[in-house]
Design a protein around this ligand. Sequence first.
Ligand code: HEM
Length: 475
Amino acid sequence: MEALTDYAIWEIVLLLVSVLVTIYLYYVSKFSYWKSRGVVTPKPVPVFGNFLMGMLQKQSPGQIVQRVYNAGPGEPYVGFYIFGRPAIVIRDPSIIKHVLVKDFNIFADRHVSTSKNDTLGSQNLFMLHGEPWKYLRVKLSPTFTSGRMKKMFPMVAVCARQLVDYLLDHSGEKDPVEVKETTAKYATDVISSCAFGIESNSLKDPNAEFREFGRKVFNFTRYRTLEVLGIFFVPSLMSFINGSFFTRKTTKFLRKVFWDTISYREKNRITREDFLDLLIQLKNKGHVDSEEKEDENVLNEEKSSSLFEFKGDNLVAQPALFFTAGFETNATTLSFTLYELALQPHIQKRLRAEIAEIMDKSNGTPTYEDVFGMKYLGMVVSETLRKYPPLPLLDRICLQDYKVPERNLIIEKNTPVYIALLGLHRDPEYYPDPELYDPERFTEENKRLQKPYTYLPFGDGPHNCIGDVLIHLFL
Ligand code: HEM
């Protein structure tokens, strides 16, 4: 009996060893993919590839691709492995231009994706793929013109006044202001006013619901961090684990707010010149009323399409994304700007002088054009977006085998392709002394000298940020 047990133990040990050896050999053969194509890679580790630091939550998605970027100085691209799956980071700005713009048809979709059950997360403009995305982009684009932003400016001015009151109330030495939370409250008030037509009262009410739900989307618990890593790097897993960008509770909240507000407006015939008005037009007419003559072809389009219907969660998914994309990106930009201004009083002094001048000229009520025309403010914000891009990576999926122009490489169909904004924006080849926060990099003259496709805080090409015009509203 004893002999039999020993025998069984040996069998188990042998089985385990052969399983481990097989897994090891499997990954070693997988990890020869880029080497055999002459592409540099940072050293992968068995099973995890170059994703171990992500799994250990030691690096954010932006830092993961930045580390890959930094592994190949002077290289046009660097390969890496998401577990066993080959992926590539493009470094050469001229190839970046091909991926984002010139060969867009081959890189027309993002790699990111969430579970289909997460309707608000999957049916918005950021996450949709293929023809439905294209259709929706055309329909939503007239919503984001500088003319429309101008109309929303007075709503922002109200929030800005509330921010001033908030800061005056909390400026005692014993009551330090937590800057990120304050800018998040302010940005939440602005975006909920512009996207939902609702005063979210985040600055005034510590328990404001909008802020509460916004906090949840970006509250990076261990599980939430893994979910976000999955969305960016292993999207096929999301349906399997039922992972989501918006939790069930957040979805329920956003659905209720959206439909309650729409029915109230429709019942009382209220118009407010905001995003919600424009979405109501899409729901009822299938297009946004023309702002200018050139838009008139939009009027002749069909009311609905099998590609994308403006009803139910499809409709709520858009303001849900505007809300999330809008408040976090802008709150991050504002808080990093304030941080750098605190570190460098001479920049702060010059910016304050510009603001004081505009406030003086406008009798304390600057217009949209006044803000838009503030040159130094523009340089300061541009430098923040260089050093701290709020969305620090761009991602695409290769839709068919692609021969890289002037290089001896074919990127195979289904390869995830990334552009490391943190890598590019902090590359000393393009931005000398990259850790130095220096708005002078963005004078008109220096902008002309900047190498194209090395500064991409809003992405580029047909998938670029639709909300980039909004940045002026938050300043
Ligand atoms: C500082 C502010 C912001 C930054 C830095 C930013 C950055 C970005 C970036 C890098 C992308 C990806 C572009 C690409 O893949 O080429 C993106 C996409 C997008 N952003 Fe923004 N964003 C900002 C504010 C906003 C706001 C306020 C909204 C909406 C209200 C918005 C809505 C979107 C949407 C819908 C997309 C997807 C566009 C598409 O794929 O068609 N963003 N943004």
